[in-house]
Every structure is written in structure tokens, then in C-alpha cells.
Ligand binder design. Structure first.
Ligand SMILES: [Zn+2]
Length: 347
């Protein structure tokens, strides 16, 4: 039989042994947008045994220039990204094990979705989720690979608990909210995504085959328009004996996993640059989407699929998932979004 991985095994750093390890390894991808979708494809093609695809969003037409896994058809059908990705990846390799999760990653479900994998990929677009992944990685001792991109510039680092610095050593606190709002409204060059996502996939593969070069503790900063890559060694923020204030990294030294413990985080979150607010109704039961769709049909235009119900009532468009999470488009005001949610979906 023809060997699918012949050329990859001929690369000595992988070899027969590395290929076998890849086949036995499990990775979770948080956020199936530009970076996440491409890393998923690279890991799938490289022969990783299991991928869990986690994304709260659906495919839109303006995703397509940079989110290489998706098609116009996916956008037309308003397909959740993780569902669409699962289908495309299965077409690439029918033997891969895939699990798609149409949920927002929060402190309440992070352990369920991330604690049973060998490596976590950061495909998110927000700092809150990155701090959550960092906390979880420390608690369960799981390596993860961060990356981010704006324009044609980006950064990436592999974090290995107990070995390298952690994300909070690099960035002690999330940047203020007003700075975070710019992330999705800023432009992104699709071709630049390919470079950074491929680098992120290489970091993940090195971790999964336990290569000597894996998790070298360096942050890479890419300016791809200029063609520059900078490599910066990030030290662990260890406790210093000199002053009482310097007690070291809150997460990996002091073990205060605020984001995983649910001490931080919001129920209504403004989605940057989208003109939308996400409402996470915690403690609610699963919604019966067809009952909801039938009720809303009397009030406005309704689109329904197995995964979501979309309700338009000018000037708002409300997209509701079966876990009672909703995205309210047409406002960036959390209070207004909460009111709209309470009025149409339930309080
Ligand atoms: Zn740290």
C-alpha cells in the first residue's frame, strides 16, 4: 500500500518514530478562524491522530480571504466553523479522528475540552481566552502554542509548563478593554496568516514528537511585510528576594489561576470590530432550537439549522445556539444586548 507519510518520514527529525507519535497524539484547537483553521489543516495533513475543533462562530463571506479551510458555500449556509472544518478535514484524511465543539470556551467548559490532549493550539482572537488557556495548561501540565496576527505582523510562542515562561510571565495582565476592541477591526493579510499558522503548526509538531528543539522559550515576532523575524528569549517571572512586591508570575509561580477559577470573565462580551455582543447565559438548560424558531417566526425573519437559530428584528440580528449562548448584532452595548436577549430569547 502507498505510504501517505513517506516524504514526511524521510525528514529525519520526524522519521518513523515521530510519525508514529503524531498518529497517537491528540490536539485541541481553540478558535477555528484564520490561524486555527490553517493549523488544523496542517496538523491533519501531518497525520495527528485526533483533533478537537472548538469555535463559537459561523463562517461569513469576509472570512474567506484569510480562513483558507472554508468555502463560499459554508458562508451561504451559515455553517458553524468547527462543523464546516470537520467536513473539510475528513475529506483530506478520512482516517483522522475529529470532534467539533460549537461552544464558547469558558472557565466552565475548559477542563472538559482541553484537559485530555497533548497540545493546545491558540487560534483565539482575544486575551481573556488566552489567559484561560494559560491557566488550564499550568493546572494540567499541557503545552500550548500561542500565536496572533494583525495586518502582516504577528507573534508566536510555545509554552511548556514547568519548562518555559508562561503567557502571564510574558504579559502579566490582559490589555485594557478599549485596546482589545481593535483586534478584529484591524486589517489582516491572508497570505501572512499562512506563514504564522505554519510556524505555529511546526511548534506543535515539535512538541508532539518530543523534539529536542520543542518549547525553546523564545517568542518570535514576525513582520512579514518587511520580511523580518525577531527571536526573543522570554525568562520566567520568578519570585525575587529583593522586594515583597515582586512575588513572581501570578499564574505559573504563585498558582493563582484566576481565569480558570472563574474569578475573571464576563457574561456579556463585546465582540471586537463585529458590532456585536455575545451573551453567555450560564446555568441555563439546553434550548430546544425548533421550539424557539417557531416562537420567533411570528415576530420576524428566522433562519434555522441543526446548530443555530438566527432571528432578524431590525436593527438587530440575534444568533442563538443550543447552549443558550447568543450573539446580538446591531449593538456594542452589553446592557442593550442583555435587554434584547431577555426580550426575545428569555431572561
Ligand atoms: Zn508565568
Amino acid at each position: 500500500m502507498e505510504d501517505r507519510y513517506r516524504r514526511q518520514k524521510a525528514f529525519l527529525e520526524i522519521g518513523e518514530r515521530g510519525q508514529k507519535r503524531l498518529g497517537q497524539s491528540r490536539a485541541a484547537i481553540c478558535g477555528m478562524g484564520a490561524l486555527g483553521a490553517m493549523v488544523a489543516e496542517r496538523l491533519c495533513r501531518s497525520g495527528v491522530g485526533f483533533l478537537r475543533l472548538i469555535d463559537r462562530d459561523w463562517v461569513e463571506l469576509d472570512n474567506l480571504p484569510r480562513q483558507a479551510l472554508y468555502t463560499t458555500q459554508d458562508a451561504m449556509e451559515v455553517r458553524p466553523k468547527s462543523i464546516a472544518a470537520q467536513e473539510h478535514l475528513l475529506a483530506i484524511d478520512p482516517n483522522i479522528q475529529l470532534e467539533s465543539v460549537v461552544e464558547d470556551l469558558t472557565f466552565a467548559n475548559a477542563e472538559k475540552w482541553l484537559s485530555d490532549v497533548d497540545c493546545i493550539i491558540d487560534g483565539t482572537d482575544n486575551f481573556e481566552t488566552r489567559f484561560l488557556i494559560n491557566d488550564l495548561a499550568i493546572r494540567f501540565g499541557i503545552p500550548w502554542v500561542h500565536a496572533g496576527i494583525v495586518g502582516a505582523a504577528g507573534q508566536s510562542m510555545a509554552f511548556v509548563p514547568g519548562k518555559t515562561a508562561c503567557f502571564r510571565c510574558l504579559l502579566p495582565e490582559p490589555p485594557p478593554a478599549e485596546q482589545m476592541q481593535t483586534c478584529d477591526s484591524a486589517g489582516v493579510l491572508g497570505a501572512a496568516v499562512g506563514v504564522i499558522a505554519s510556524w505555529q503548526a511546526i511548534e506543535a509538531i515539535k512538541l508532539l514528537v518530543e523534539a529536542e528543539q520543542a518549547g525553546d522559550g523564545c517568542l518570535r515576532i514576525f513582520d512579514l511585510w518587511a520580511g523580518d523575524v525577531r527571536k526573543i528569549k522570554v525568562p520566567r517571572n520568578l519570585a525575587s528576594k529583593e522586594t515583597d512586591e515582586q512575588l513572581g508570575c501570578r499564574a505559573c509561580v504563585r498558582g493563582e489561576l484566576d481565569f480558570l477559577n472563574g474569578n475573571v470573565g464576563t457574561q456579556a462580551r463585546v465582540l471586537c470590530g463585529r458590532g456585536a455582543v455575545q451573551i453567555q447565559a450560564s446555568g441555563r438548560e439546553q434550548l430546544n432550537l425548533s421550539v424557539l424558531a417557531a416562537r420567533l417566526r411570528a415576530e420576524g425573519e428566522v433562519t434555522e439549522s441543526a446548530f443555530l437559530v438566527r432571528f432578524s428584528h431590525h436593527p438587530y440580528v440575534i444568533t442563538v445556539f443550543s447552549d443558550a449562548r447568543a450573539v446580538v448584532q446591531g449593538t456594542e452595548n452589553p446592557d442593550e444586548a442583555r435587554k434584547i436577549y431577555a426580550r426575545w430569547i428569555g431572561s
